[in-house]
Design a protein around this ligand. Structure first.
Ligand SMILES: Cc1ncc(C[n+]2csc(CCOP(=O)(O)OP(=O)(O)O)c2C)c(N)n1
Ligand SMILES: [Mg+2]
Length: 447
């Protein structure tokens, strides 16, 4: 962990010191004691030929047809019944959670929600191919990976309701989950920041030599950020064990992929960095699983970073604040609904005699009940203590923070009916912490 924190710091240092604008674009590699060499082995040609880059197209790796049978010549990955069912349960749980929490948002119980609907195979199939100790740095639509790792329904709910049991102490919007125990970096909304962080973290893993890698998830929209390019470049230059997993779900909010880039998706960008790349049918959980297994092997055994582009579709709205009817047709959505990744896996499980209608019914009922009951309990839990607003920011709260807390407490005492009861209770007396460290020491505060 410590090594990796240093490695993330190293990423920012690298970005500051090696940015093309500050150093000039480096065309030469200088090897001490040797002559200056170019970084290319390019041959000389004597007529001006411009390459288009679309001389070959990137194929899509697929194993499973929508009816649950394998394509001719396709071989299912080595997946036993227990693991296949663990994947399936996480996919169904994610779908049930999404449906219920969107409804909760519509009922006014929750301020915000984002669904993974339609992308469960991409997210969970890839998470299942990792070691549970590998690091996950996600964007925000990858709750399925966390569910697969074992984040409980209660833990999801506590985060979403920002109650006293939320690991983030209610400081973040719903869906900003994280778990140190499950090696899942807390979500942060500014797009693509997790991508260079993943390179840095994986560099730390390489230095630590612990045999683990990092996977970072991001949308095709986030891949337009400069952070994406810096991350890929650093990863190949420094040979770090990182998997870049792009969920190409067709949209960045309302902007369709065709209006985001003219190229053949995101995959060809890997060539610019001499990185291994594979495109996979993101609704085919077996193909995603196998591709990610192989990517992990390359990363861990050869320190070879890999880009995976999973072709999928965001079946739901971007978030609970979005209405896709303004920018895409029902017909398009229906066509993708026909490719439902959960149904595809269910049919395969049935063909293996590992699943049946009765088990399906029981699972659906159990998960719906669990989600509903856990939500009701989490919603009623008290909010985090008011003082927690100023703790954890610095080692000890600064006089300014304590002053702000005191003002807030005074405000709550004036208008107790506008705040949760737990906040009003905390505000009957100025906090002990406040009394200890507020004031005008160091000449700050107290004005
Ligand atoms: C730096 C930054 N710019 C813009 C936004 C606003 N924003 C949030 S999500 C989003 C679209 C992202 O699309 P994509 O990466 O394809 O992920 P998807 O939502 O499709 O899963 C945008 C533009 C942001 N959060 N951060
Ligand atoms: Mg997208």
């Amino acid at each position: 962990m410590v090594t990796s924190r240093y490695a993330i710091a190293w990423v920012y240092d690298y970005l500051l010191n090696n940015h093309a604008l500050t150093r000039g674009v480096r065309l030469f590699t200088i090897t001490p004691g040797k002559s200056i060499m170019t970084t290319t082995t390019s041959s000389l040609v004597h007529s001006p030929t411009f390459l288009k880059g679309d001389e070959f197209s990137i194929d899509t790796f697929a194993l499973l047809k929508q009816d649950g049978s394998l394509f001719e010549g396709a071989v299912a990955p080595d997946l036993d019944r227990d693991k296949a069912l663990r994947i399936y349960h996480a996919m169904v749980f994610t779908r049930v959670l999404d449906e219920r929490m969107l409804a909760a948002q519509r009922q006014g119980r929750l301020s915000f929600y984002m669904q993974c609907t339609g992308e469960e195979a991409a997210v969970i199939g890839s998470a299942a191919a990792l070691d549970d100790q590998d690091m996950i740095m996600a964007q925000y639509r990858e709750q399925g990976a966390l569910a697969y790792r074992g984040f409980s329904c209660d833990e999801f709910m506590n985060q979403m309701f920002g109650n006293a049991r939320d690991y983030g102490k209610g400081r973040q919007m719903p869906i900003h989950y994280g778990s140190a125990e499950l090696h899942y970096m807390t979500i942060s909304s500014p797009l693509a920041t997790q991508i260079p962080q993943a390179t840095g973290y994986a560099y730390g893993q390489k230095l630590a030599g612990d045999g683990h890698c990092t996977i970072t998830y991001f949308g095709e929209g986030a891949a337009s950020e400069g952070d994406f390019h810096a991350a890929l470049n650093m990863a190949t230059v420094h040979k770090v064990p990182v998997i870049f997993f792009c969920r190409n779900n067709g949209y960045a909010i309302s902007t369709p992929a065709v209006e985001q880039f003219a190229a053949d998706g995101v995959a060809p960008r890997a060539f610019g960095y001499k990185m291994r790349v594979i495109r996979v049918d993101g609704n085919d959980v077996l193909a995603v699983y196998q591709a990610t297994m192989e990517a992990r092997r390359l990363a861990v055994e050869h320190n070879q970073p890999v880009l995976i582009e999973a072709m999928t579709y965001r079946l739901a709205a971007h978030s609970s604040s979005d209405d896709p009817s303004g920018y895409r047709s029902k017909k398009e959505e229906e066509a993708w609904r026909e490719k439902d990744p959960i149904l595809r896996l269910r049919r395969w499980l049935e063909s293996c005699q590992w699943w049946n209608d009765e088990e399906e019914k029981a699972l659906q009922e159990r998960l719906r009940r669990e989600v509903l009951e856990t939500m009701k309990v989490a919603q009623k839990r008290p909010a985090p203590p008011l003082e927690s607003l100023v703790t954890d920011v610095y080692d000890t709260p600064t006089p300014q923070l304590n002053e702000q807390l005191a003002k807030l407490q005074a405000h709550i005492r004036l208008y107790p009916e506008a705040y949760p009861k737990s906040a009003a209770q905390c505000s009957t007396e100025p906090s002990a912490q406040m009394a200890n460290s507020s004031g005008t020491e160091n000449g700050q505060g107290g004005h």
